[in-house]
Design a binder for this molecule. Structure first.
Ligand code: NOJ
Length: 763
């Protein structure tokens, strides 16, 4: 071991003269290198590595620097920028063993350049576009000195009351699993130790999106088959893609918080899934084990977390305070601590930080002269991905696309907001560099005399909601209100609308309404926005709604009033230009919903892949007593997979290569899709499968494949899918993952409701 270290040291002295004088030098054998380092570490140094902290009241900058210089902290988050980070790394390298820090940040949908929020990315149904956004996020984050991002967020949710639905990849397991895989690959690059790679930390393991009632941090109670079948696969997909770290959720699963859940971390993640990376608690979550009521005090909280397998404690106080005593008393073994330390050192090794602690920080003379310089952004790619994320939900009499020579009235408090369009978790994206919807329309029109504006309505006028949204430090909302009374603002908007040929109303939620802790009890448009729409409709002018929101909204009345509806989520730095591209037809919309839109809150949970029940409600043959709400229309307002285009497509019947599938074989399923309209456009052909009869009831359909296809007017293409036994497997009541013989249906459509189907038999 000593020999290796000496050889390594010589190599490093030759190649990295900067820091090499006394640090540990990595050889090619990771295990050996870490074992050597571990045996030289004191217990305080070991525990230090288990702490991931940020600067704040609990830990002022000076304290952090002092502790880093003593080797008593392992990583830093919430600081970005090379020159700022360099000072922290310098401090760590003054420590006895010179173990570098790693630097982490919440980079969820872009870093400097913001891409659409998770729901928007998912709406592209384009894995390459999603991968591109993650690759650029990795490039920008690493260019700012960061080593790790707390992303991707892969929590499946079927409850839009939950504000964090905005960050995730929708309601579908197959889709989120595919995105999870490409995002991890794109973030981590071809080699984790590369200068433009960052370690992905998938989150929030597990089931955070299933919190009861959509109320953030609430508990989850779920059967194991449902967990395995619907909620766990996206995390597993991240693991299979080689994700470096996994962040644990705050919530309790069947009574046991993830942070103290030995089954979840040891049995499932480590043993069953063979995860070799780093586990990280969520912010303050070790402490919160006391609040959960599973630990009497901080000592017990630290004990439970380390025993369950939580390697790093985020915003740590308790590991540092309690682990030495717990080790002394024998409650925690040296091996348990060493295992956790090994995971942290392993992550640093893989990130290339032992070879060069300044790998991503670089040398001072290479620092960008201006961190916010325009040329550090990726505007073209952001616009491209944002355009793909927009979902056209309604277009009566082809009111869209708009002509560029008319007078357009833009209305709505969100229209001019450069902050909201970035979405929450917008890393260090700057609103100053963002393009609002108003800006985008102005750019497209060119002529300012043909663009009119009125605010029309505030996002909310409810003082308690405003106080919540604008509370310092907690919610990044900054909602401004106009002091004028609501009716006066609406009257002004009506006057403006009357002078225009078309009205574009930008309505929805402020970004802080779709954020951590921001659960809603209602899903309507907040404030006086509905009244505004009613008044605008009464003018008789063609009315286009541009929705900006982080969750499905129940906007049935508003969509009836509108001629066209475009769902834009929060579309990022170039959002306004992308939206204008679609409004004026410079881009033909191709996005499809990754979530179902309920008509009202009472229908939640609303998801397309539900079970059939004993008495399904059949629109074509309604019976008296069926599984539905009698005071609400049946089904979603907009179904999963739905989205219109400026052209039309037709789909042929489904052709199968056989009526029977042998277990070792593959079944081909194909359709012909044709562009029957007047312009070139893209659509998404979606393949669903239904297991007609099995040992447990199976969903009415489940997505198993999708392909995005571009067609010229009149052009048609054969779209081919293939299915094999694996695609038909599910977890039965005993958690056996197997495909059961019998009848299956293949359903192919351009959304989840209008499908063509064919049956086959699995032998
Ligand atoms: C709490 C959030 O739950 C998590 O998603 C985030 O990564 C951490 N805070 C750090 O900001």
């Amino acid at each position: 071991m000593k020999m290796l270290t000496v050889i390594g040291l010589i190599t490093l002295l030759l190649s990295q003269p900067g820091w090499a004088q006394a640090g540990s030098v990595p050889g090619d054998d990771k295990a050996l290198f870490i074992a050597d380092l571990l045996q030289r570490m004191t217990i305080e140094e070991k525990i230090g590595q288990l702490r991931l902290n940020c600067i704040g009241q609990q830990m002022p900058q000076e304290t952090f620097l002092e502790e880093a210089a003593l080797g008593q902290v392992g990583g830093l988050f919430y600081v970005t920028g090379r020159s700022d980070l360099r000072a922290f790394q310098d401090a760590a390298l003054r420590s006895r063993l010179k173990i570098p820090l790693f630097f982490a940040y919440d980079v969820i949908h872009g870093h400097r350049t913001l891409f659409p929020i998770g729901l928007g990315l998912a709406s592209t149904w384009d894995v390459d576009a999603v991968a591109l956004s993650a690759r650029i996020a990795a490039k920008e984050a690493s260019a700012d000195g960061l080593d790790m991002v707390f992303s991707p967020m892969v929590d499946i949710t079927r409850d839009p009351r939950w504000g964090r639905m905005s960050e995730g990849l929708g309601e579908d397991t197959y889709m989120a699993s595919r995105y999870a895989q490409v995002m991890v690959n794109a973030l981590q690059g071809t080699k984790l130790g590369a200068v433009d790679s960052v370690m992905a930390s998938a989150k929030h393991f597990a089931l955070y999106g299933a919190a009861e009632g959509g109320r953030d941090y609430n508990s989850v109670d779920m059967s194991l088959p449902k967990m395995y079948q619907d909620y766990l696969p996206p995390y597993r997909s991240a693991v299979n893609a080689g994700v470096g770290a996994m962040m644990l959720t705050y919530v309790a699963i069947n009574g046991t918080p993830a942070t103290s859940n030995t089954w979840l971390i040891h049995d499932l993640l480590r043993k069953q899934w063979d995860f070799k990376g780093l586990t990280i608690s969520d912010f303050d979550a070790v402490n919160e084990l006391v609040t959960h009521g599973v630990a009497r005090d901080g000592r017990e909280a630290a004990l439970r977390a380390i025993k369950a397998g939580v390697n790093m404690s985020m915003t740590d106080t308790l590991y540092r305070k309690e682990l030495p005593g717990l080790l002394k008393s024998g409650d925690v073994s040296q091996e348990e601590i060493d295992d956790a330390v090994r995971a942290v050192l392993g992550a640093k090794y893989d990130l290339g930080l032992f070879a060069d602690p300044y790998l991503r920080i670089g040398a001072a003379h290479d620092d960008p002269p201006d961190n916010n310089a325009e040329d550090r952004l990726h505007r073209a790619q952001a616009r491209e991905v944002a355009r793909k994320s927009l979902v056209l939900l309604k277009n009566r009499a082809n009111v869209l696309p708009l002509k560029k020579d008319g007078v357009v009235a833009v209305v709505g408090a969100l229209a001019k907001s450069r902050l909201d369009i970035l979405g929450t978790w917008s890393s260090i994206g700057s609103p100053v560099q963002a393009v609002s919807v108003y800006d985008g329309i102005a750019n497209a029109l060119g002529d300012p005399s043909r663009l009119l504006y009125a605010r029309g309505a505030d996002i909310t006028d409810d003082q308690s909601v405003l106080t919540y949204l604008n509370q310092p430090g907690a919610n990044p909302s900054d909602v401004e209100v106009d002091p004028r009374p609501a009716h006066q603002m609406i009257e002004e908007a009506v006057k403006v609308a009357e002078q225009a040929e078309i009205v574009v109303a930008v309505v929805g939620e402020s970004r802080g309404m779709s954020y951590e802790g921001a659960s809603r009890a209602s899903l309507g448009l907040p404030g006086y926005q509905s009244e505004l729409i009613k008044a605008l409709k009464a003018t008789g002018k063609p009315l286009v709604l541009v929705l900006m929101n982080g969750r499905p909204l129940s906007v049935g009345k508003e969509q009836d009033a509108a001629d066209a509806v475009l769902e834009t989520w929060y579309s990022g730095t170039e959002g306004g230009n992308a939206i204008a591209d679609v409004l004026f037809g410079d881009y033909n919309p191709s996005g499809k919903l990754p979530v179902s839109f309920p008509r009202s809150v009472g229908q939640i949970p609303m998801y397309y892949n539900h079970l059939n029940t004993s008495r399904p409600h059949l629109l074509e043959n309604p019976r008296a007593v069926t599984s539905r709400y009698f005071d609400e229309a049946y089904g979603p307002l907009y179904p999963f997979g739905f989205g219109l285009s400026y052209t039309q497509f037709s789909l042929s019947d489904v052709t199968l290569t056989s009526k029977q599938l042998e277990r070792s074989e593959t079944l081909g399923a194909s359709v012909v899709v044709k562009n029957t309209g007047q312009r070139e456009g893209e659509t998404v052909v979606q393949l669903y499968v239904r297991d007609v009869s099995a040992s447990i009831s199976r969903p009415i359909k489940e997505l198993k494949g999708f392909q995005k296809v571009m067609l010229k007017p009149g052009e048609e293409k054969v779209i081919q899918f293939s299915l094999n036994e694996n695609d038909l497997k599910f977890y039965d009541a005993q958690l056996k993952h197997a495909a059961e013989s019998g009848e299956f249906r293949v359903l192919i459509g351009l959304d989840s409701q209008n499908v063509k189907e064919r049956s086959f038999e699995l032998l």
